[in-house]
Ligand binder design. Structure first.
Ligand SMILES: C[S@@+](CC[C@H](N)C(=O)[O-])C[C@H]1O[C@@H](n2cnc3c(N)ncnc32)[C@H](O)[C@@H]1O
Length: 599
């Protein structure tokens, strides 16, 4: 398989092993105020370099992350990013702390980027679940190198797709990499999985539909003399239950019809049933209104009349404005349901042109219509550049996550990924969790602040955005578990040390023991065949000897329906038992790496 070479590659291929394992310090927990909707709370924002943060996540999250979205520096030469990894090589040390320069001025700028990305992608690969998916967002500055790099780290077979995103520029706006050549108006997202071959590996994305303006398509086809047919999956309006008339705040009449047993169907099926007028499309959403001014009063009135609505129930509100701008002109239909996201009506003579009619197509690899400019304030927080549209990330989450997924963004910036996770949870009742890493000091007052606002509610211009609910824990990257002399940093505490040893021994969560284990206060874990013991006392030297073995309450295992372990893995400072004894009794002794000369 072709591979890529660059200056410094040989120094970074194993760098992820050299990165110190650091503890994560929880600084505070933020939770939504009472009254906000329920949403996920076991979320994390980590302030620190993602290389160290990702390593710290391994014990808890290795192989468990379902979706990774990353948007690293594109290496355009204008971002002012700095290569800072402590790689121990004189040539690379010269790069440290220097801003990566522009094309033509900095001959090693691509080498630096690849050196920065390699160990991080290695770590992300380990964190990804077998069927999990990584989305790497770039533009053409580094895209093609990144593809080869990912082929090397993830495997060519693990490549899924590349998405081209048309980043829409607003009229008169600069940006999008305009220069003397062609205007750059697409960005790229490479998609890889951990494993798409074996059992439990990646199989398929969720169905996600793009919308197109049906009137435009129909006009186009009619102008070409073609007949047209509608084939998307649609929703039957269900069985009619009752009709009521309510008044909105301005005294306007709204006729409301209630239907039950709504279900998916196809246009063909509808046509066969003789229904070729109003049809609706499913996905989870609460309210559909085409007139934002009318929303609040109509919604309030309807909610008063129909306090609860079951998942398979639908209200169709017909509203004929008798005053104001739309007086007597349009009949507006509002579709209200706990489960319907969008409404399509087809061949409905009551619907005037200009109202939105959409056609649904399964999404492909070309995504259109995401704004690139005017994003600085999106999400209610100022972030000067590089912010991604929340709808873009939401679409990725719709494709690649389920309601309980864990989502990781290790180049968090303004926190769009967290916002999208919370927003989608609020829309579909999911419990997706996010982990963000951001190294800059704005991790607290920008990244976290945005997430706090998303949770509690905020205003965007004149618009008030309701809070999603939920919460997160804020962490900093703390002390290293090992000192430079490779001995344990005992200041981190026994609990953290035990957890790390349990991780390096690959003891499954269900097999771990606490210090209250009846077998021994030093028991670390027990499986059907192995007992792990961590015989550690901060203030004294421990010795594996017959007395220690005699202190173990093996009967406690037997009483719990377990068997006598065939194998013992015992950590201590010293071992007083000879090799033959250890072999005979299936004992593996491991020395605790610490300086015991002080005792
Ligand atoms: C392009 S921005 C991401 C923007 C984000 N997608 C959003 O929508 O706001 C890249 C972010 O990655 C951060 N970053 C770069 N290198 C990092 C590292 N080694 N560890 C953690 N964060 C890093 C930068 O500080 C910057 O905030």
């Amino acid at each position: 398989m072709p591979t890529l070479h660059w200056v410094g590659k040989d120094k970074v291929v194993n760098h992820h092993h050299d990165v110190p394992f650091r503890l994560l310090n929880k600084e505070y927990t933020f939770t939504a105020n009472q009254g906000t909707p329920a949403n996920s709370t076991a979320n994390r924002i980590i302030h620190g370099d993602n290389l160290e943060a990702l390593k710290s996540l391994l014990p808890e999250f290795e192989g468990k992350v379902n979706c990774i979205y990353i948007d690293p520096p594109y290496n355009t030469g204008n971002e002012g990013w700095v290569y800072n990894d402590a790689v121990n090589d004189p040539k690379i040390k010269k790069w440290l702390g220097q801003v990566v320069g522009k094309e033509g001025e900095d001959l090693s700028r691509h080498d630096k980027w690849l050196c920065m990305m390699y160990p991080r992608l290695k770590m992300l690969h380990r964190l990804l679940a077998k069927n999990g998916v990584l989305f790497l967002h770039l533009n053409d500055d580094e895209l093609h190198y990144a593809k080869v790099l990912l082929d090397e780290i993830f495997g060519r077979d693990s490549y899924i797709n590349e998405i081209c995103v048309k980043m829409k520029l607003t009229a008169g706006a600069s940006g999008g990499g305009e220069d003397k050549r062609l205007k750059k108006n697409i960005e790229n997202i490479l998609i890889y999985t951990r494993d798409r071959t074996g059992k439990g590996g990646f199989e398929r994305f969720n169905d996600v539909y793009d919308e197109e303006d049906l009137f435009e398509i129909i006009d186009e086809m009619e102008s070409e003399g073609k007949s047209w047919k509608y084939t998307s999956v649609l929703l039957d309006k269900g069985d009619f239950v009752e009709e009521r008339v309510v008044l909105d705040g301005a005294g306007e009449e709204i006729k409301i019809k209630k239907y039950k047993s709504i279900k998916r169907t196809t246009v063909n099926a509808l046509v066969r049933k003789g229904i070729d007028r109003e049809v609706a499309y499913i996905e989870n959403f609460n309210w559909i209104f085409s007139d934002t001014n009318a929303q609040t009063s109509i919604r309030t009135r309807i909610m008063d009349e129909f306090v609860t609505l079951a998942d398979d129930e639908l209200l169709v509100a017909e509203y004929v404005p008798r005053s104001g701008r739309d007086k007597g002109t349009t009949v507006q239909h509002y579709y209200i349901s706990p489960t319907i996201r969008r409404v399509i009506w087809l061949k409905d003579t009551a619907v005037k042109r200009g109202q939105r009619i959409v056609k649904l197509e399964k999404t492909g690899t070309y995504w259109d219509g995401f704004p690139l400019n005017n994003l600085t304030k999106e999400g209610g927080i100022q972030f000067p550049s590089g912010k991604k549209p929340i709808l873009l990330i939401e679409k990725i989450l719709r494709l690649a996550t389920s309601k309980n997924s864990i989502i990781l963004d290790s180049f968090a910036g303004s926190g769009t990924t967290a916002h999208a996770v919370l927003k989608l949870n609020a829309e579909d009742g999911g419990n997706r969790r996010f982990i963000l890493c951001e190294m800059m000091d704005y991790a607290e007052d920008t990244t976290s602040e945005r997430v706090r606002r998303a949770i509690s509610g905020y205003s965007e211009g004149a618009k008030i955005v309701t809070g999603t609910g939920g919460g997160f824990d804020y962490y900093t990257v703390g002390a290293a578990l090992f000192k430079d002399d490779k001995n344990l940093n005992e200041d981190v505490g026994e609990k953290a040390i035990r957890e790390y040893v349990a991780y390096t021994e690959s003891i499954p969560a269900a097999s771990k023991c606490g210090a209250d284990s009846p077998v021994s206060r030093y028991a670390l874990g027990t499986s059907a065949t192995v007992l792990w013991l961590f015989y550690y006392e901060r203030e004294r030297v421990t010795t594996l000897n017959l007395d220690f073995l005699a202190s173990l309450n093996i009967k406690a295992l037997l009483n719990n329906g377990g068997k006598r372990p065939e194998h013992f893995v015992i950590y201590a400072d010293k071992c007083a038992l000879d090799a033959d004894f250890l072999i005979k009794h299936g004992i593996t002794f491991k020395r605790i790496p610490r300086d015991i000369t002080r005792f």
